[in-house]
Each structure stands twice: as structure tokens, then as C-alpha cells.
Design a protein around this ligand. Structure first.
Ligand SMILES: C[S@@+](CC[C@H](N)C(=O)[O-])C[C@H]1O[C@@H](n2cnc3c(N)ncnc32)[C@H](O)[C@@H]1O
Length: 240
């Protein structure tokens, strides 16, 4: 077995996320796309098989341990970059209807090529800014779950993501190990935008042991129509 599949299998066992041969085949294809795409699109500094298996693929799949993802749920990944965490989640759960969104078009071009290669259906890559996307009637409050990794501080990210979550749905923010201060700083934004902090789930990545946090926020009320504010404003003047 090659190094990627060997690492992925061991990491998945340790995390209690069983992977089928079909999953492994798709992850291997995705890895090849990442390596090839990296030369053209400059996608990620992480390219070693063990690191990609754990820090990209398994790290993405840990979102599935945060809340129940209902069958055929609509999932949005804000600032997906090279597809994390949305694409590994889709590989694992093909029943989900997934939208990968990013404001950088070259990442979307890469993702469209990759989705073609992997032959996945019910998944789309969309070029947009979160602030504009969240105001579109077709997308606003239309996702069961919104995920995001490494895009912005939580107070800013809440304004990017919560407007798209259906009331009753969840926003899962993937963060590093020391997140308490950032969560506190975002408390007002989360409340104003209609969210309620449910849990900060601590994760230890298998094989390498690095710590991560999943900040789980439930949407309990509709987001006021004034949010998200116009592009650039959430980052420039976060709700604090
Ligand atoms: C550091 S990368 C993280 C990519 C991926 N989520 C990951 O964890 O590997 C941040 C990504 O967020 C995107 N981004 C930043 N601000 C955004 C916004 N306002 N709307 C949509 N995408 C945004 C960037 O283009 C970039 O691809």
C-alpha cells in the first residue's frame, strides 16, 4: 500500500472514522490532483503523504464528529481554498449536497477540475465572497450546516457564515487548540447574528497528536437583514 493510503487508513482507525476502499480510491485521486494543481495554482504548503492524510483529510473529517449531519443535508464550506474541509466530507458522505465557496477564482478553477476527475455529483464550486453570497435569496438561511477552516477570526467568520445557516442548523468553525479568547471575543457577534454557542470540542489529530478545536454554533434565530454587511466591512470592523 502506498504511503498516503497507509497513513490515511491508520489515522482513520485511530479516529474511529472507518474508510472503505472506495473512499481510499477517491482520496488518492484527490491527493494526485492536489500535487498536480499545486504547481499551477499554489494551493497548499502541505504535500507530504502523512501530513496531507492527517492535516487535510482526517482533520476535515473531524467535523463529522461535532454534530449529526442529516441524510442529504445541504452543506456549505466558506473559504474552502483547495477544498477543506468540504471536499473530504463529501467524499466520506456522498449523500450530502455540498457547496464549496471561495473568493479566489483560481481555487475554484482547480476545484471544478478536481470534481470532474473524481466524478462526484451534488457538489458545486462557487466563486463568490461570503459577504455577497450570504445576501443572495437562494443561499441565505438555506444550509443545514456551514463549515469553515482557517479563513478569519471567529467574530468575522460568524458574519460570513451564520447568515447562510437555516434556523435549527449549525455552523462549525475549525480552529487551533487555544481558542477560548477568540470565542469570548465573538460572543456578541454570535448572539446578534442569531447563533448560540453549543460546544467547543477539543480534538487531537491521530498519528501526529496536534490539537484542534471545533467551535459548534447553533442557529436559533434568523439573522437580521442588515448582515452580512458589504464586502470587506466584517473584516475591517468586526462586530465586537
Ligand atoms: C488560509 S485559506 C484556507 C483554505 C481552506 N479552508 C483550508 O483550510 O485549507 C483561506 C481561504 O479563504 C478565502 N477567503 C477569504 N476571505 C473570504 C471571503 N470573504 N469570502 C470567501 N472566501 C474568502 C481565501 O480566498 C482562501 O482561499
Amino acid at each position: 500500500m502506498n504511503e498516503l493510503l497507509n497513513s490515511l487508513t491508520r489515522a482513520a482507525q485511530e479516529t474511529n472514522i472507518p474508510l472503505s476502499n472506495h473512499h481510499l480510491q477517491l482520496f488518492e485521486q484527490y491527493y494526485q490532483c492536489l500535487l498536480e494543481g499545486n504547481q499551477k495554482f499554489n494551493l497548499t504548503a502541505i504535500t507530504e503523504p502523512l501530513e496531507v492524510a492527517v492535516k487535510h483529510f482526517i482533520d476535515s473529517l473531524t467535523c463529522l464528529t461535532a454534530v449529526n449531519f442529516p441524510q442529504a443535508a445541504r452543506l456549505l464550506d466558506v473559504g474552502t481554498g483547495a477544498g477543506f474541509p468540504g471536499l473530504p466530507i463529501k467524499i466520506y458522505r456522498p449523500d450530502l449536497n455540498v457547496t464549496l465557496m471561495d473568493s479566489l477564482n483560481k481555487r475554484i478553477v482547480f476545484l471544478k477540475e478536481t470534481l470532474n476527475t473524481l466524478g462526484l455529483s451534488n457538489i458545486q464550486a462557487v466563486h463568490d465572497r461570503a459577504e455577497d453570497f450570504g445576501r443572495r435569496p437562494a443561499d441565505r438561511e438555506n444550509y443545514d450546516i456551514v463549515v469553515s477552516r482557517a479563513v478569519a477570526r471567529l467574530a468575522v467568520l460568524a458574519e460570513y457564515c451564520l447568515p447562510c445557516v437555516k434556523p435549527g442548523g449549525y455552523f462549525i468553525s475549525q480552529k487551533g487548540p487555544d481558542i477560548e479568547q477568540e470565542v469570548q471575543e465573538a460572543a456578541r457577534a454570535i448572539k446578534i447574528l442569531g447563533g448560540q454557542l453549543t460546544e467547543v470540542k477539543k480534538i487531537q489529530l491521530p498519528l501526529i497528536g496536534d490539537g484542534r478545536s471545533l467551535v459548534v454554533i447553533k442557529k436559533i434565530q434568523p439573522t437580521p437583514a442588515t448582515y452580512p454587511r458589504k464586502a470587506g466591512l466584517p473584516a475591517k470592523k468586526p462586530i465586537l
